[in-house]
Design a protein around this ligand. Structure first.
Ligand SMILES: [Zn+2]
Length: 253
């Protein structure tokens, strides 16, 4: 077996592995999207909770002030009843009005904070409902991913073992070069030679469709010499049909 055939064997097993993994990848991508959504919902909930805490504190502080000022006001009212002169009475009244204005401001702020608290509680309930729904989808996605994985796991491990065995037979330097190509280009790491016109010696690279010189093809034909497309750098090979068409017995002179 020449080096091109060795590489082709690795390439074909690799394609099967990628095909299996792409099915798993779709399920995995869907699962990850659900997990991301859940994380976003959780982060949004945390932010709403922090705001809720602020408004709850504001409501309670202002309610406390209202209570304190109410006591102050009832104290002033009883003092007013004991006022000896009109001047004294007017002074109490003025003080009372000032306290009352402050008290009303605190009451308004407390009410605003309370309504904000209610609104934020509703937001949290909405987020919880959304998270619950998303969790159900996530659970289904997780089951689906695990099922897909179980389906292909055995076959995938077989193929990986087969691939390792084939790869070990390729000269290490060539395998390193080819592995880089596989990592970068996947299915476009290797391309078959396409015969455009046999008599005119016109051949194309099956990956990039650029013309190939005759020497590339003859090197492949004679001994499976490691040959790369000068345009796209893929490793070239002759498939069974091309090989057959190129045999001398089939050439018309
Ligand atoms: Zn090419």
């Amino acid at each position: 077996m020449n080096v091109t055939e060795q590489l082709l064997r690795v390439f074909q097993v690799d394609q099967q592995i990628r095909g299996l993994q792409s099915r798993l990848n779709a399920a995995d991508t869907f699962l990850k999207a659900q997990q991301k959504d859940l994380a976003e919902i959780a982060a949004a909930r945390k932010a709403v909770e922090a705001t809720l805490m602020q408004h709850t504190l504001a409501a309670s502080d202002n309610e406390g002030e209202v209570k304190r000022l109410d006591e102050k006001l009832s104290q002033l009212r009883s003092q007013m009843n004991t006022a000896q002169t009109n001047k004294e009475y007017q002074a109490f009244l003025s003080e009372l009005n000032t306290f009352k204005t402050t008290r009303d401001k605190h009451e308004t702020t407390a009410l605003e904070a309370m309504s904000k608290v209610e609104e934020l509680r509703k937001q949290i309930a909405d987020l919880d409902a959304k998270a619950q729904q998303r969790e159900q989808v996530r659970d289904v996605a997780l089951k689906e991913r695990d099922a897909r994985f179980a389906e292909i796991e055995t076959r995938l491990n077989e193929l990986k073992a087969e691939r390792d065995k084939h790869a070990a037979e390729v000269p290490p330097e060539d395998m390193r070069m080819f592995q880089r190509l596989l990592d970068q280009r996947g299915d476009a790491a290797m391309g078959s030679v396409e015969i455009i016109d046999r008599k005119r010696h016109e051949y194309n690279c099956g990956v990039c469709y650029m013309a190939l010189p005759m020497e590339s093809v003859s090197g492949l034909l004679s001994g499976g010499k490691l040959t790369r497309c000068s345009s796209c750098q893929c490793v070239l090979y002759l498939n069974a049909d091309a090989m057959k068409a190129m045999q001398p017995s089939n050439s018309k002179r």
